[in-house]
Design a protein around this ligand. Structure first.
Ligand SMILES: [Zn+2]
Length: 376
């Protein structure tokens, strides 16, 4: 392995690719570690900074090598972090640490592949409901999917105020909790508008023609569309339309919201924290979203597209959505190996918040710990 760019974000060779960096670095020996043995050192001739193979590795600063592929598979196939930790013989914090590292690579891979595609189908958006920390903090995870491909383009997350029937004791507890944490006002509208801002980034009316977005009849959705100028203008000139269907309509394959209903079911069975009435639930919002991103990559790029009940095609959801299989294979060649740098990414606002672990957990003091190397 030879360096293809300088890890220093301020260096003029930080954005180099492939052979661009050739001639601008020099080997400066090696050092020995207990974890992986001999590690080679380099020096950048442009900025003078020294670095090693470990600086460019997904395992930068780790003291133990854990199997990323196994952690990715297990998190995406309904195993809880504590169950994976027992299986690998490590702590659940170590599992979460590796899930965070992999989530940053997953965000990088997904963004890269998303920008390589041409949107060629209608979209479906819906809210997946669960809770964070306790049932006093219900959440809404908005999903944007391809209507035919069932490809998940992106997510946004928000916490809602608990509603519905409550005992007097539960009402008292809610008002106590609200002294420490209040869900944002107009939470669904605001979160849905952030989700819809992904559309102008992937849709070019000149190339893809008219676009239809299917949702249920939630009153916040038309207001959210109003908050995205590109969609509002496209609606006025007729290149974008918003179609609705009742959420009470039969959830069959013929329902226009099928892809959202399908993904909803996948999440319930594939992510341990979303299994109803169990001891598994999301205790930390930022950690939960890292694990969600792992599932997004598993669903989009690894799992075969569903074609009929009980049948699956050989193509992944991403290939059906129009992403080139060779590009996906190339992405997976570095997914479990390289360290991603946020300074080299063009990721969306919400994905940046997931990367930087900026989503806060209700009633949790202070922000979540993020190592310095993950901020570069
Ligand atoms: Zn440099």
């Amino acid at each position: 392995m030879f360096p293809t760019f300088c890890p220093n974000p301020r260096c003029t060779h930080h954005h180099d690719q492939h052979e661009d960096y050739w001639g601008y670095w020099t080997p400066t020996g090696f050092y020995t570690t207990l974890v992986v043995g001999i590690v080679r050192r380099f020096k950048c001739l442009a900025c003078g900074k020294g670095f090693s193979e470990r600086t460019l590795s997904i395992d930068y600063y780790t003291k133990r090598t854990l199997d990323y592929r196994e952690i990715h598979r297990a998190i995406s196939q309904s195993e809880s972090p504590s169950s994976i930790a027992r299986h690998l013989g490590c702590s659940s914090d170590s599992v979460q640490n590796r899930a965070d590292r992999l989530a940053r690579n997953c965000l990088s891979l997904h963004t890269l592949l998303l920008h390589s595609m041409k949107l060629d189908e209608a979209l479906v958006a819906d809210g997946f409901e669960s809770f964070d920390r306790s049932q006093f903090f219900p959440n809404n995870i908005n999903l944007l999917l391809g209507k035919q491909s069932q490809f998940l383009f992106g997510i946004t997350h928000t916490i809602l105020r608990r509603k519905g029937c409550m005992t007097p004791k539960q009402k008292l507890l809610r008002s106590r909790h609200e002294k420490g944490y209040k869900p944002p006002p107009k939470a669904v509208e605001e979160s849905f508008a952030r989700l819809l801002k992904l559309i102008p980034a992937i849709w070019d009316p000149a190339r893809s023609g008219k676009l239809t977005l299917w949702t249920d009849e939630h009153q916040a959705y038309p207001r959210a569309i109003e908050r995205v100028p590109e969609l509002k203008n496209a609606q006025l000139v007729g290149t974008f339309e918003h179609q609705t269907v009742s959420s009470k309509a039969a959830r069959t394959i013929h329902n226009p919201l099928f892809s959202a209903n399908y993904y909803d079911r996948e999440l319930r069975k594939d992510i341990a924290a979303f299994r109803r009435e169990s001891t598994c639930f999301t205790r930390n919002v930022a950690n939960g979203l890292s694990r969600f991103v792992l599932h997004l990559v598993y669903h989009n790029y690894q799992k075969p597209h569903r074609v009929n009940p009980g049948l699956a095609s050989r193509k992944s959801h991403a290939e059906v959505a129009g992403i080139d299989a060779n590009r996906i294979a190339m992405g997976f060649s570095w997914l479990y190996v390289d360290r991603p740098f946020i300074s080299k990414q063009k990721i969306s606002y919400d994905n940046t918040r997931i990367w930087l672990k900026e989503y806060s957990t209700p009633l949790k003091e202070g922000r979540d710990y993020l190592p310095k190397y993950a901020m570069k």
